[in-house]
Design a protein around this ligand. Structure first.
Ligand code: ATP
Ligand code: MG
Length: 493
């Protein structure tokens, strides 16, 4: 064995022993809330690791005395458990009512607090009773778009495309549960052992997902996708560099010319945002039916029928009262829609959607969770099989090839930016395979591999191939200059 390995092993066993000793002493004396774990010692003769060490941000804990009072008094300041369900932070009258009650309770119990302690307790309780508990500051911060409570001590927030661990913490699992219950109660939803997962929409349109232990291993997990007060527009996306103004023109032409389009992308890649932008191109005189799990689309046209799935009646057989995306897609065909916009196809509704696209409801739009246009085709196949119609795969594939005209791949790149990375025409079938042709592709300097690049710093460039449906765009009055499809780009060799 090399001396290096021997040294590593003896260092490792020494370190393990030290850790065990540290754990034992920690079990005997509980650590103070502010105490930080000791910084790992680097071996003097070892090169630093190439991967940067993950830095846990310093945590803003409630001081132990205030945390204890916060927990004790949470239930004592309300006349009924649901009294403050509709109250919001910033409502001075209600805040003063609760502050008055707090003063009385403290006085009666003979608890004297210093002014900073009182201030801390007051803010903490108002957040618990009228807001989102510990994460209230993150909810209020307009620059934060997503909040993820992964455990009491681990909360992540996304700001400007970057996901970072936050300094904010919940006091304990009880505290998260309190907040989770406060979120779901006004929505008439139950979160308990018999219904341990909730997917819902808050009154302001934000999307919230909650899952409880034992399924959530680190404690109740809450994910909030904030509803943008102003939805991103095509101009915003062009300004952010998600695509060029020319590509925006091209997409508008495709929507107005009633192409069936699928936005493909991973979780949080910006599919819904792009779907909203595409839908904004639908002419005002057309009747639009939108179908979503939790309504997120914000269309500005007047003639829009918005539909949202309904969960089953709580305490029922799990079916009664339920309306799935599939039910709504089928139902929508009887509503004389000019366009059907489905928030996301994630099951058998894909088959109904394709049939709608193939039977006169062209110009329909949806999103699918997949990593490339090719992957999107096979994902659609799988989703159609989930409809349980026992159709041969080749029949489904033909349906896909004839229904879908364009796949737009959306991606969250390594630098945190969200971009269109591939725009691909579905041209038809060749033998048993669907033929795809890239019209635009995101490439970065020096990129050698095929397909789109995952790195930042590139651009969406024309591949030089003109789409077969160009005549259809012309029929609808769009004469796109040849520069849009122009032969290759800077990086597109
Ligand atoms: N092109 C973009 N540039 C910057 N931010 C964007 C862009 N597109 C979307 N976002 C932001 O990214 C977040 C996720 O967007 P969106 O909800 O559209 O993603 P999604 O793919 O639909 O997510 P999910 O898979 O969870 O449904 C939102 O906060 C949105 O405002
Ligand atoms: Mg979405």
């Amino acid at each position: 064995m090399s001396s290096f390995l021997q040294r590593r092993m003896s260092e490792q066993s020494k370190k393990a022993e030290e850790e065990r000793a540290a754990q034992e002493s920690a079990a005997a004396v509980p650590p103070k809330a502010e105490e930080k774990p000791p910084a790992p010692e680097a071996a003097p003769d070892e090169k630093p690791e190439e991967k940067p060490v993950y830095q846990i941000p310093p945590k803003q804990r409630t001081t132990p005395r205030v945390a204890q009072l916060r927990k004790q008094l949470r239930t004592k300041l309300l006349a009924t458990p649901d009294e403050a369900d509709q109250w919001r932070r910033g409502d001075a009258e209600k805040e003063n009512l609760l502050i008055g009650r707090l003063r009385t309770v403290l006085q009666k119990a003979g608890i004297a607090l210093s002014p900073p302690e009182f201030e801390e307790l007051k803010e903490a309780l108002l957040n618990d009773l009228m807001g989102f508990g510990a994460i209230e500051p993150l909810v209020q911060n307009k620059n934060i778009s997503e909040i993820m409570v992964t455990g009491a001590d681990m909360i992540f927030a996304e700001q400007k495309g970057k996901l970072r661990e936050s300094e904010v913490v919940f006091d304990d699992e009880d505290h998260i549960q309190w907040t989770a219950q406060r979120i779901v109660r006004p929505l008439q939803r139950a979160l308990n052992r018999s219904n341990p997962m909730v997917d819902a929409r808050l009154p302001d349109g934000s999307r919230v997902h909650i899952v409880m232990p034992p399924s959530a291993l680190k404690g109740t997990t809450i994910t909030i996708r904030k509803f943008p007060s102003k939805p991103l527009t095509v101009e915003d996306l062009v300004r952010f560099g998600s695509f060029t103004a020319e590509v925006g023109e091209f997409l508008k032409a495709c929507v107005v010319s009633r192409l069936n389009m699928v936005v493909s992308g991973g979780t949080g890649s910006g599919k819904t945002t792009l779907l909203n932008v595409l839908s904004s191109f639908i002419p005002e005189e057309e009747r639009i039916v939108t179908i979503e799990d939790a309504a997120e689309l914000q269309l500005t046209q007047r003639h829009v029928v918005g539909l949202e799935t309904a969960p089953p009646i709580p305490g029922g057989d799990g079916i009664e009262g339920r309306l799935t995306i599939r039910d709504l897609v089928k139902g929508s065909l009887r509503m004389r829609p000019d366009r059907i916009v489905v928030g996301e196809c994630r099951s058998g509704e894909a088959l109904d959607m394709l049939q709608a696209m193939n039977t006169g409801h062209d110009g329909s739009l949806t999103t699918v969770h997949s990593n490339s246009p090719r992957d999107c085709m096979s994902r659609l196949e799988t989703l159609c099989l989930m409809a349980g119609m026992d159709l041969p795969v080749i029949v489904i594939r033909r349906q896909i090839a004839s229904a879908v005209n364009l796949v737009i791949q959306q991606s969250r790149l390594k630098d945190g930016s969200r971009k269109i990375v591939q725009i691909t025409e579905v041209q038809g079938m060749e033998g048993e395979n669907i033929t795809l042709q890239d019209i635009f592709l995101y490439r970065t300097p020096g990129q050698t591999g095929a397909g789109y690049s995952h790195a930042g710093g590139g651009q969406l460039e024309p591949t030089g191939f003109r789409p077969n449906f160009e005549d259809r765009l012309k029929e609808h009055g769009f004469k796109l200059g040849s520069s849009i499809f122009g032969g290759g780009g800077k990086f597109n060799k």
